[in-house]
Structure formats: structure tokens, C-alpha cells
Design a protein. Structure first.
Length: 573
């Protein structure tokens, strides 16, 4: 027996032992052939005949067919490599999980001619385990690193850059006007654009670079060993690639542009957080200059002055935390029909030593930038729980930051406060912003699940500011959505906004979610929103934030006479 024949025999034996089914799919003739010696096609087709794609796809579970077809359709963007998992109806009539991995042979135009790959049967437990491991590091939509995994890559690159005095750069790539795509074509098309831009970025980068999805419409790119003069080359290449690419979507071909913010390290950025923050600042500068542009972060005198001012504010916040000068004010959320309050949102205020009241908008951006937000969110939680313990009729909503929505220590704290307090938990609504929830959907979903298991309800704040899709709402499993005030403020003068509000309401209704309209300032707006089916309203038309508790003392009134709130569903419903 020759060496070649012996090696082939060994290969066949190994594949058979592993349960791998090796195939060759001719895309021109649509014929699938199987490597002799591997488990026969009887396993897949119920007979020994050769197969074709249609017969194969007829056996794939309907829920799994589209992801596989999408993976095949993207072969030109993924350099001919694809990998997917699906349930297949075997000859026994039952659906079983299979892992499929293949490589395509492409023609000169990047179109696949044939695919060679292998299919292996796997267990449900293995699928679940692999899924958890995968989502711990990768973004579900694009397949790139998620934010946490990219941060690890950035930290690793920063360490070696500092140690060996090698210059690198971090870029934030933002897709321009993604909200316009949402409004014009829908979320599915927006997702397709995001995926395609991710593939285009892959083509612009070196093998030593890293890319991850760090926000709804943003990617982060770590450029290792990249001299400062080369950053402009990389940024311009990214801009040109996006600008000159026609993206195929379910709505037809679309052209989009991107903007890029960049920062070099280790001279300008010392830590991963520093690099991400400064690159994002540069991105905003690029967008302000007209989009389809890029900007390099530079530490100007103006920025030094802003930094110094922010440090003063941060010190004031620290002192307010220490001296118990952070207080809650309460704004009612009312029933759309009766205009009676059903709960109150807690809005934070800082009381200066001289009695001046500072609204959250003047210090919270600094708090978030300088890393104090977790302490603030913890204090707000404690204050609100104390209020509800003292006032059984109080129903409160609190806001948490994007950082807190993935913070396990905050979750442990809320569990410690509310375990054994079901009557308190059921009166607490935790609001997370839509944009923050989309940065790491899977992690945020676990956050939501923990809160709902305690009996709390969870609201998606600023709904419409991002690009939440059916898929995102299904994963997040929140109880209510609060429509972003930017769509409400100029009603009825801007009737176009109502079209977008209707689409948001339709999305919420499909999931049976309560809806709250924010920033309602006039009764005309309230009437319009009621006519569209909004459930609850919040804004100055129904009350400004006030320090005085809006509910009567239990000593003055029987709590059984408090306003009924049965219209807002509990987490268990």
C-alpha cells in the first residue's frame, strides 16, 4: 500500500471515528457529494443517494435555516470561510444539532464556486456551553470581539507598547446616520449595514490588529505597532473603503459613510479606558466637522481647562456623597387615561453647602467620565429603597448607567437589599438606557433577568435613540419602554416624528410592553399620544420634579387608598 493511500485510509478512519461527515458542494450544479469512507448520507437524507442543497435545507429546522443562508451569503465578505450550527431532521425523524464548518473556492469576482466542509453531530449541552463561551467574548450580530474582549486586547497592546516603547493607536469607527437607515428601511436593514461595515473593516486591517463592536453603531480598532504618521493612512483607508462600497441589504443596495476618531498610545492615552474615552471624543469631533471624516485626539489648552473644571466638579460630588448631600426629587408618571400618578421617577440633585441645588445634568457627565458613576448609582438605589421601606405606597423608578447595567457588584448589592423584601422589589422600576443596553446585549440581558427574578420591573429608557430591533427586545425581556423625549418635544409642529413614534409603539406592542412617553409638556401632546395608544405619560404637563414626597404619610392616610397601578404589569406577568 502506497503512503498516499495509507494516509487517505487513516484520514477516513479518523473522520469516521470522530463522526465527521465530509462533503463537497458544487454551487454551479448544486450537487453535494460525500467523501468515501465517512458516515454515509443515509444519516442525513434517509437513503444512500447523492444529495443537493434543496433536499439538505428541507431538513434544517425553520428557525435555523436563515442564519445558515446568511452565513453562506456572506462568503464573499468572510474570505470564503463560514461556520454555523443548526438542527437537522435525521432519518429517525427527530431534529438533532450539527456543527457545520466549510471553506469556499471563490472566482475572480469573489463569488463562491464550491464549498468543501464537514458536518459533525453535537449535543444540546455542548451547543449551550459553546454558546455561553462564545458570547463571553464575541458580539452576536457581527461575530467580532465584544466590548469587554476588545478592552482586554487593548490593555494587552498598551502593556507591550509601554514596556517596549512602541507606538500604537486606538480607533473608534462610527457609522454615519444609522438612525436614518432605521427610519427609512427598518432595523433588519440597519443590522445588515452594521455587519457589512464590520466585514469591510476586516479587509482594512492587518493580522496583528484587533476589531470589536463597542456600541450600537460603533466599532473599536486596536492598531499595534502603528507609528503616529501611519494612523492617518489607516483612517483614510477605512473612510475610502466604506465610502466606495455598495452594501447589499434586504431593501436593496445602500451606500453609507463612516467617521473615525483616533488616539495614539502610550503617550496620549495610558489606559484602555483613557484610550476609549479620547478616541470617542475624537469621533464626535469628526462627526461635527461634517461626517465622512476622521479626527485625531489632541490635548489642547481648552481640553486642559475642561479637565481642571471637571476635577473640581468630581471633588464636589465626592464631598456630597460623604456629607449626605445627594437627594432625590420625584417626577410623576401618569396614566394616559386618568392622568393619575402610577409611579414617580427619582431624579438626583446635589445640594451645595450654601444650599444651591445642582441638577444631575450638570454633574453626571463628569461623574461618568471620571468613573464615579457606580458610587452614585449605589447611593440612588439605597435612597430609593429606604423611601419605599418608609412609605409602602411609594412606587419609584431609578436610572442606572451603562456601566452599572453590566456591574456584578451593583447587582449583588441590590440582591442584598431586596432579598426578603418582595413588597419593596415589586414597587421598584430600574431604567436602563437603550444605547447602553446595546453595547453588550447579552450581559445586559442577564442584568435584567436578575432584577426581574427579584420582582423588580425593568424599563428601557430613551427608546428610539438607538436602534433596538425585535431581536434585541426579545433578548432583553424588559417590562416597559420609555419613548425618547426628542420625538415628543416638537409635537404637533413636527408630525413626521409621529410616524417614528408609531413604529416604536408597534415594536413595543409586539412584545406586550408598557409604553411611557417622556417630556410631555402640553395637553395637546398628551391627546395625540393617547390617540396613538401610549399607556403612560411623563413631563412638565403633569408635574415638575419636587423634593417633597408626593404621596401622603401612612400616618395620615390608609395605604389601601393609594392610587391603583394594576395597569402596569408586574415582572411576573
Amino acid at each position: 500500500m502506497s503512503d498516499a493511500v495509507l494516509q487517505l485510509a487513516r484520514l477516513r478512519a479518523a473522520l469516521a471515528a470522530a463522526g465527521d461527515i465530509v462533503y463537497d458542494w458544487d454551487l454551479v450544479t448544486d450537487e453535494i457529494s460525500w467523501l468515501d469512507g465517512t458516515p454515509p448520507p443515509l444519516i442525513l437524507f434517509g437513503d444512500q443517494t447523492e444529495g443537493n442543497a434543496q433536499r439538505f435545507h428541507d431538513r434544517i429546522h425553520p428557525e435555523d435555516l436563515k442564519p445558515r443562508l446568511d452565513a453562506l451569503a456572506a462568503l464573499g465578505d468572510t474570505q470564503g470561510v463560514f461556520e454555523c450550527e443548526f438542527r437537522l431532521r435525521d432519518s429517525d425523524g427527530e431534529h438533532h444539532w450539527y456543527h457545520d464548518r466549510g471553506t469556499a473556492e471563490l472566482d475572480a469576482n469573489g463569488r463562491p464556486l464550491c464549498i468543501r466542509g464537514s458536518i459533525r453531530r453535537i449535543s444540546r449541552q455542548q451547543v449551550a456551553s459553546e454558546r455561553v463561551q462564545y458570547l463571553a467574548s464575541y458580539d452576536e450580530l457581527t461575530g467580532h470581539f465584544n466590548k469587554n474582549r476588545l478592552r482586554e486586547s487593548l490593555e494587552h497592546t498598551l502593556y507591550f507598547s509601554d514596556r517596549y516603547k512602541v507606538v500604537g493607536a486606538f480607533l473608534v469607527v462610527g457609522i454615519d446616520n444609522i438612525n436614518v437607515v432605521n427610519q427609512a428601511f427598518g432595523y433588519e436593514v440597519a443590522d445588515a449595514v452594521i455587519v457589512s461595515i464590520g466585514h469591510r473593516l476586516d479587509q482594512c486591517l492587518r493580522s496583528c490588529d484587533s476589531i470589536g463592536r463597542i456600541g450600537g453603531d460603533c466599532f473599536g480598532v486596536v492598531l499595534s505597532n502603528c507609528p503616529a504618521g501611519e494612523v492617518s493612512v489607516a483612517a483614510e483607508k477605512i473612510l475610502e473603503t466604506a465610502r466606495n462600497t455598495e452594501i447589499e441589504t434586504p431593501a436593496g443596495p445602500i451606500h453609507v459613510t463612516v467617521s473615525v476618531g483616533a488616539v495614539v498610545f502610550p503617550d496620549v492615552a495610558k489606559t484602555a479606558t483613557d484610550a476609549m474615552t479620547k478616541a470617542d471624543i475624537a469621533l464626535q469631533n469628526a462627526k461635527r466637522s461634517g461626517r465622512n471624516n476622521w479626527s485625531l485626539y489632541r490635548y489642547t489648552q481648552e481640553q486642559r481647562d475642561i479637565h481642571q473644571k471637571n476635577m473640581v466638579i468630581a471633588e464636589q460630588v465626592k464631598c456630597a456623597l460623604r456629607d449626605d448631600r445627594l437627594k432625590l426629587s420625584y417626577q410623576p408618571i401618569v396614566d394616559c387615561e386618568t392622568h393619575e400618578p402610577v409611579l414617580h421617577e427619582c431624579l438626583l440633585r446635589m445640594i451645595q453647602p450654601d444650599g444651591e441645588v445642582v441638577p444631575a445634568g450638570l454633574f453626571m457627565p463628569v461623574v461618568e467620565e471620571l468613573g464615579l458613576i457606580r458610587q452614585i448609582d449605589r447611593r440612588v438605589l439605597e435612597l430609593s429603597v429606604n423611601v419605599m421601606l418608609e412609605h409602602p405606597e411609594a412606587r419609584l423608578a431609578i436610572n442606572v448607567s451603562g456601566l452599572t447595567s453590566t456591574d456584578q457588584s451593583w447587582l449583588r448589592h441590590v440582591v442584598g437589599l431586596l432579598r426578603g423584601q418582595p413588597t419593596v422589589a415589586e414597587r421598584l422600576v430600574v431604567e436602563i438606557t437603550e444605547t447602553a443596553s446595546l453595547e453588550d446585549v447579552e450581559e445586559c440581558a442577564r442584568f435584567v433577568s436578575t432584577l426581574r427574578d427579584l420582582g423588580c420591573r425593568v424599563a428601557l429608557d430613551d427608546f428610539g435613540a438607538g436602534y433596538t430591533s425585535f431581536r434585541h427586545l426579545k433578548i432583553l425581556a424588559v417590562d416597559m419602554v420609555k419613548i425618547d423625549g426628542s420625538f415628543i418635544r416638537d409635537l404637533p409642529e413636527n408630525p413626521a416624528n409621529m410616524i417614528f413614534i408609531r413604529s416604536l409603539l408597534d415594536l413595543a406592542r409586539n412584545f406586550g410592553l408598557d409604553t411611557v412617553a417622556e417630556c410631555v409638556e402640553t395637553m395637546d401632546q398628551a391627546k395625540m399620544l393617547r390617540a396613538e395608544g401610549v399607556g403612560f405619560l411623563q413631563g412638565w404637563a403633569f408635574g415638575k420634579p419636587q423634593f417633597e414626597p408626593p404621596w401622603p404619610s401612612t400616618a395620615d392616610e390608609d395605604v389601601s387608598q393609594s392610587v391603583p397601578v394594576t395597569k402596569i404589569r408586574s415582572a411576573a406577568s
